[in-house]
Design a protein around this ligand. Structure first.
Ligand code: B1M
Length: 211
């Protein structure tokens, strides 16, 4: 199974074939799970491009998301097996309020787990207050937020302010990711750190956990 075929299966929304294709790439061909992941992500980028140019509509976006989730079910255990545990810090992850994209967040969660972190995944469309309550309850020192929509990036500021109001802001590191963001914008919105992708996210979180 070559990587181009995996990319194609995502673009063509082949939800019934994706699991077998990913299995074949990993088990029969011995491909690195991270390379398979790149092929899947490339497919999602093309789906996004087609959506922008109105070749695809919301139905296709939904199906692409579902197809990606099927692929993740196979790739997740392979990723967990390919890394060794190092840290055991607690990390809360969530997609911000108003945003129902969770594939990037789930990917970050999987990679964090496989790097030995304890991951508390609150899900998507999460209110700032719920995040603050979870920080109090678990004592987590790192919060990772995902925001894929331009119109929801201001929710990062809401979380920053809610932590501040609870007297927790200086005890918690806030890292964010998602396509509309960059380091400068993330800091302006009140975050401590930004990562371009989930692999970089794990590296930054490891650094934050050690700081
Ligand atoms: Co939507 N969507 N979507 N969508 N969707 C995007 C994001 C969009 C870029 C498509 C486009 O127009 N090109 C666009 C946003 C434009 C913008 O605001 N800048 C968009 C839009 C407009 C919308 C709707 C508004 C459409 C509508 O209703 N008219 C709507 C919004 C709903 C809502 O959230 N309230 C909507 C809905 C959806 C679905 C629900 C149908 C579905 C999501 C399914 C799901 O997640 N369960 C969906 C999908 C699938 C996409 C695209 C095609 C793919 C997203 C994805 O999963 N990518 C997307 C286009 C694209 O991204 N190319 C698009 C793969 C995933 C691995 O990447 O999540 O970006 P991503 O995560 C990356 C990085 O961002 C980063 O690491 C990951 C890579 O390693 N990262 C982090 C993310 N979080 C991180 C946290 C970190 C560190 C790194 O540390 C804490």
């Amino acid at each position: 199974m070559d990587f181009e075929r995996i990319t194609e299966l995502i673009i063509e929304l082949e939800i019934d074939d994706i699991s077998d294709a990913v299995k074949e790439a990993l088990e029969t061909d011995g491909k690195d799970p991270y390379d398979v992941l790149n092929a899947l992500t490339k497919g999602m980028d093309e789906v996004g491009r087609r959506y922008e140019s109105e070749e695809y509509y919301l139905t296709e976006l939904v199906l692409a998301g579902e197809t990606m989730k099927e692929a993740f079910k196979i790739i997740k255990p392979a990723m967990a097996a390919s890394d060794k545990s190092k840290e055991k810090a607690k990390v809360i992850i969530a997609t911000v309020r108003g945003d129902n994209h969770d594939i990037g967040k789930n990917l970050l969660g999987t990679l964090l787990l496989s790097s030995g972190f304890e991951v508390i995944d609150l899900g998507m469309d999460i209110e700032a207050d719920i995040i603050v309550e979870k920080v109090k309850e678990t004592g987590a020192k790192i919060v990772g937020l995902s925001s894929l929509l331009t119109m929801t990036v201001n929710q990062i500021t809401a979380v920053h302010k809610a932590l501040e109001a609870a007297g927790l802001r200086d005890k918690v590191k806030l890292i964010v990711g998602g396509a509309p963001l960059n380091m400068e914008l993330a800091k302006n919105l009140g975050a401590d750190d930004f990562a371009d992708d989930a692999v970089e996210g794990v590296r930054h979180i490891q650094e934050l956990a050690e700081s």
